[in-house]
Design a protein. Sequence first.
Lengths: 747, 177
Amino acid sequence: MAKTRRDFIRISSLSTAGVLAGAKYLQSAMPQFLQANQTSGGDVDLQRTPTYCEVCFWQCAGWVYKNEDGSIKKIVGNDDDPNCNGRFCPRGTGGVGMYYDEDRLKTPLMRVTGADGKQSYKEVSWDEAFDFIAEKLVKIKEEHGPECTALFTHGSGGHYWGTLLKAFGSGNIAAPSYAQCRGPREVAFIATFGSGLNSPEPTDIRDTRCLVLIGSHLGENMHNGQVQELSDAIDKGATIITVDPRFSTVASKSKHWLPIKPATDIALLLSWIREIVNNEWYDREYIEKYAYGFDQLKAYVQPFTPEWAYGITTISPGQIRETAREMANASPSVIIHPGRHVTWYGDDTQRLRAVAILNALLGSWGRRGGFFVPDKMSLPDYPHPPFPAPTRTWRDAMGGKYNLADLALASGVCDATIPSPELDCNIKGWIVNGTNLIMTLPDQKKTIDAINNLDLLVVVDTMPMEITGYADIVLPECTYLERWDDFRLAQGREPSIALRAPAAEPKYNSKPAYWMAKELSKRLGLEDYFAWNSFEEMLDWQLKQVGSSLDEMKRIGVKNLPRAYDDLYFQPGEDIEFNTNTGKIELYSTALAEEGFDPMPVYTPHAEPPEGYYHLNYGRAPMHTFSRTANNPNLTDLMDENTVWVNPKVARQWYLKNGQEVYLENQDGIVTDFAVKVRITERIRFDSVYIVHGFGHSNKKLSRAHGKGASDSQLITRVLLDPIMGGTGMRGNFVTFRLEKESEVQS
Amino acid sequence: MRYAMAIDTKKCVGCSDCVVACQTENNVPIGYCRDWIVEVTDGTYPQLEIEIRSERCNHCENSPCVRCCPTGASHYEAGGIVTVTHNECIGCGACIQSCPYDARYSHPDGYVDKCTFCLHRVKKGQQPACVEVCPTKCMYFGDLDDPNSDISQVLKKRKSKTLIPEAGTKPHVYYLI
């Protein structure tokens, strides 16, 4: 019988005691001579505060250690945290740099126009800032309606701004992490299995026998838990297959590297599907019991022979057959990894559908070594009045498109801000929390166009990112090391709760987002939605509802709970109803068919680079998160600029030398603001170049990041829209080299 | 007691976590480091190989840096760990010149600094900060004289190499290949 949660807590506190005893044992087992020499001032003596990381979305839980003088020394993973298992990644370890960065936003700023007509920022008090925002919001409400406001958010502070906006009467709450990142895979997996992947993805990498990565550069993207499990899988001898035009780090750990021609992945996937279907390598029992549309799929994939795919992908038929066989051999302990940033070519939902179908055929969904069934803790909200229903949202501006998008599109909200004759509701006010829209959204001109149509732009951030330069009001948020926040309730093999407590007082005149939203709520008559007196009281109340307390969480930082229901994997022969129209895993998608889209993925050729141009591929470096860490003193010390990767053949054609500085120019004549150093390497195809995303900052207030490297965001002016869910495909851009800039020649 | 480290190049992804963890653990000033990443690419497209190594002081058994130190600041600690006593170091830099691995640097405070295998942690029964933080768990630290230690076991099972063996320094950092 399942234990109640109250019981579990007692056991959990016992297990903590067990850990301490373990440490003591370790000490006594130490060699004598070392024990005699022990110095004081070790970790056990340092004060530690529980936190979870805010440098990326993985949100690993850890401990902040301080020096004797109370200053922050280091951050170390919490051993009990399932997201990190006690090991932070370089960004989490370097999170201290976010706190110490002297370029941080220090006090609220208001845009003012001087007597000479020049605009500048004036330092203002929090009261002045809030009064200004409240006045503008009320004006928008009166003139256009409360639904003409929107929130763009990334990170934990967004929750409170979301509460404020919902209370105000708007439903426009968007995160670029959807339409600019993982949205297509969510829609594809929902269409196939009836549930999305969410975060962290329930990939059972530690027990897999075959991991297939398509454009996913695990290890360069430091999705901590997954990188750790990748390492476990390498230890256990799992077969890794990497499909990437670039010899990524993980490609070098792979048995098979398939250097695919960019933009042709669907052809490879269809060919793999055909191989597995025609050779009867699929999980017959699983498909018969759970799947819908196998016969249609079988008939549909017949033309997609490996020879057909060879001409498109440049991957040899032998390699396609061999890798399909490898997957089948490992079935069902095989993962065709869905990736994370998947908005590439505008047919991304269909590509991810092919990935989902392949997983279904191999029976990996819900199976050990494939995808486990995740569980997640939920805590009740602190009591508040019901939110008013917004009369209109950004969706009304979409003309019936993107019905399958299960979350708001940041790009859609942006579109709904630009006035057009067809739309009666144009968004007039934005709150932007923790996301640098200038570098996050493609097509910078459009973003700036939308901003120019706003009556109010409030930017909440810790750093003077480019977006702050467009704001009417800039609100300096304190870093995650200086504030309380909502609990992290990550999904995983077991549900868990992690606490973030402040390790230090906020530096400068910075404040937490929850405080800002609550203060603003008072000026808007919405204080009932923030009815708690102190944030700690609110957190404690939430924990009490599930039999824990803030005191306990301060002590342990992370609490793992038993699964509430369901097993980690499907049981043999278990009857399962999937949340799709047919209740089955849909190889043939009825939902897509209903909306008028192809029910099975179709390969469409994409544009190829003109002569002298190359596919612009971009990705991540393990020590940086998007563009937000580019000024972090600890992390810039590890990598302070990006380089453009160029194949030696291409370098010869352009007479490029290693380390030479060039500008990149895209197909629309856009040239990067700054030069970037050339890295000549065999690790990339001759039809592509590669740069790490997040560099080339133009804001001079970012003293370490300004002018370092090239910005891929600047070059992404051609956006390939996914007709199914509105994702903004960003890989359809081509670049060429410019040895110097016209402006420089003139000057 | 012979302390040593083994680093699995098959698992290391070169993320530099060991570098930043060392910096925050040991108050290494920004712009300096006691450990670093080396990435070596071999071959031509598409037949390629990469070896990624986290490198640091090799805590050599036959250390040129200890031998050449005029003040005795560079010395062996118990277990063969090579360290520099900061207040005995005159910053002459002879050791920096003598090290074939370029593992030492001049600290802005005037002394020479380098990896200590986190001796202050090892004394408390903890692992060095780099070993403890590594997300790929690619580093092993322990006593070569203990046949049951993780490091002895992994070196027995796996093929390994040391860097610049021809220098005759008898390094105590091994790379699993």
